[in-house]
Write a protein that binds this ligand. Sequence first.
Ligand SMILES: N[C@@H](CCC(=O)N[C@@H](CS)C(=O)NCC(=O)O)C(=O)O
Length: 255
Amino acid sequence: MAAKEETKKLQLGVFANDEEHDTVQNGSSFCTKLELYCLVAGIPFEKPILKAGEMGPRGKMPFAIFPSGEIVPDSAKIIEKLQGDDTSNNIDAQLTPDQLVISRLLITTLEESLYFVLVYFAWQDEANWPKTKASFFGGVPWFLRGTISRGARKSLVKALHGQGMGRRPEEEIVSIAKQIIDDTSFLLGERKNLFNTEKLTLADIVLYSMLEQFAYKDLPNNPVGEYLKTKANLMAFTDAVSSEYFPKIHANRNK
Ligand SMILES: N[C@@H](CCC(=O)N[C@@H](CS)C(=O)NCC(=O)O)C(=O)O
């Protein structure tokens, strides 16, 4: 009998991280979301080393290469496909129909509003730009670093302007973020996760992926992160998730 062919694993196209030093799992919250989803759902994966500048088919990160060879862009589409391929991957099956609606609305708020607050502070804010440049482009050869980082920044600042967040004064951006943080903190209450489920659900995963950036990214001008740190329940949730799923990153925060 022929030897059983070794099953190919799912490949996650995510930005590389440095587990010995980084304080966030990934510079991109959408990459953290996809990786955390796979960990929670128990889906084996590999993270191949990507070529410099390699992005997904939509020019964004993350993307995934399925064992069949199919390349799928967008964290939401990748998760949808993983759930369709095997229903045991559907971590939201734990939720009632009402909770599913709240979950979807919260994910949209986090990904379509709070995310752009993060992009504003990381990429547009002058005080923070040197840190973002070092963290995303530190590995690019020095003679290319200036040109490549300036080009990426220009395109993200343009995207922020088009989306609208980049046209707002900073106080307005902070107040939008504070409202989302207040609402999420209220929703979480004293529970260990948003819906008090045995396993994390997708809304918990997206929430963690956004909050770790504000709480632990090294940004000198971070009024949203400072406000988040006043919310004990959100911080306890964030720390519990990193301690369970990303212990090395968690430990780096206290070094
Ligand atoms: N809806 C996408 C959003 C992905 C996304 O915006 N990724 C960012 C990194 S956090 C990106 O690749 N940005 C590059 C660009 O917009 O040019 C998903 O869920 O995967």
